[in-house]
Design a protein around this ligand. Structure first.
Ligand code: IPE
Ligand code: IPE
Ligand code: MG
Length: 246
C-alpha cells in the first residue's frame, strides 16, 4: 500500500532539495562500472520529478554536479556531462507534458559548450511552464555562490549603486544563484552520508534535514513520500517556543 495517502497536501514543503548520492556505491555493489550507477540514477530523477509534480510541490532542486566533482577522474566527468545532454534531450517532452520549468544554478559558464547549449535551450523552451520549477545544481558550490555574490555586492558599493547600510538578508539573497527561489523546506540526502557537501548553505538555514541509507538509483516514490511525511511530523519553530506556535 502506498504511503501517498498519508501525505497532508495542505502542508507540502514548498521547496525540496535533494543531494542525489550513492550512484557509485550502487554500481560497485553490483559489480558494475560507476557510470552505470549514474545512468541508473537518471531514472530516479524522472520518477522523483513526476512524483513531485503529481503532489503539487512547487520547487525541486537537485544537486547533480558540484564544484568539487570536477576533481573526479576525467572519464567520469566526461560521462556525466554526456549523460546530462542525453537526459535533457530525452526529458524535454515530459517536462512540457508536466508543465515543468527548468532552471539551473551554479557556475554554468564552466560547463562544456555543448552542455550549456542544451541546457539553455531546454530552459528557454520550458520557461512558461508553471506546475513546478526544477532546478539543476550544476558545477554548483555554495562557497563559490557566496564568493560570487560578495564580489557583485562589493562592486555595487564601490560604484555607489548601493551603500553598506543596504546590505541585509534580502540583498544577499538577491545576489545568489537561487535569487528567484524560496528557502529550502526539506533537504534530503540519499546513500547514508550525513553531510551537506557545499550545497545551499545559506538557503538551508531553517530547512528540515532528512537522511536515508537508500542509494540514489534505488530511491522510489515511496522513499520520497516517507521523507515528506517525516517532514510533516516535525515542529518547525524558527526560534520560537512550541507554545508560541499554538
Ligand atoms: C552521486 O553519486 C552523483 C554525483 C556526485 C555526480 P556518487 O558518484 O557520489 O556515488 P558514490 O558516493 O561514489 O557512491
Ligand atoms: C555531493 O555528492 C554532490 C552531488 C550529489 C552532486 P559527493 O559524493 O560529491 O559528496 P562527497 O564527496 O561524498 O562529500
Ligand atoms: Mg558520493
Amino acid at each position: 500500500m502506498s504511503l501517498k495517502k498519508n501525505i497532508d497536501l495542505d502542508n507540502l514543503p514548498k521547496h525540496i532539495a535533494i543531494i542525489m548520492d550513492g550512484n557509485g556505491r550502487w554500481a560497485k555493489e553490483k559489480g558494475l562500472l560507476r557510470v552505470l550507477g549514474h545512468e541508473s540514477g537518471t531514472k530516479s530523477v524522472r520518477t522523483t520529478v513526476e512524483a513531485c509534480v503529481d503532489l503539487g510541490v512547487e520547487n525541486l532542486t537537485l544537486y547533480a554536479f558540484s564544484t568539487e566533482n570536477w576533481n573526479r577522474p576525467k572519464i567520469e566527468v566526461k560521462t556525466l556531462m554526456g549523460l546530462l545532454i542525453f537526459s535533457l534531450k530525452k526529458e524535454v517532452q515530459t517536462m512540457q507534458e508536466n508543465s515543468v520549468r527548468l532552471n539551473a544554478i551554479g557556475n554554468i559558464k564552466h560547463l562544456p559548450r555543448n552542455v550549456q547549449k542544451e541546457l539553455l535551450q531546454v530552459i528557454e523552451v520550458t520557461k512558461k511552464n508553471t506546475a513546478m520549477t526544477l532546478t539543476l545544481a550544476l558545477s554548483y558550490g555554495s562557497r563559490d555562490e557566496i564568493v560570487n555574490a560578495t564580489r557583485q555586492i562589493c562592486d555595487k558599493v564601490k560604484n555607489n549603486i548601493i551603500s553598506i547600510e543596504n546590505i541585509d538578508d534580502a540583498l544577499i539573497n538577491q545576489h545568489l544563484y537561487t535569487r528567484n527561489l524560496p528557502d529550502v523546506d526539506l533537504l534530503i540526502r540519499t546513500s547514508g552520508e550525513k553531510r551537506i557537501s557545499n550545497f545551499l548553505l545559506w538557503q538551508i538555514a531553517y530547512a528540515e534535514l532528512y537522511f536515508t541509507d537508500v542509494y540514489w538509483p534505488d530511491f522510489t516514490n515511496e522513499n520520497l513520500y516517507e521523507a515528506i511525511i517525516n517532514y510533516q511530523n516535525r515542529e518547525r519553530r524558527f526560534g520560537k517556543t512550541s507554545e508560541q506556535l499554538k
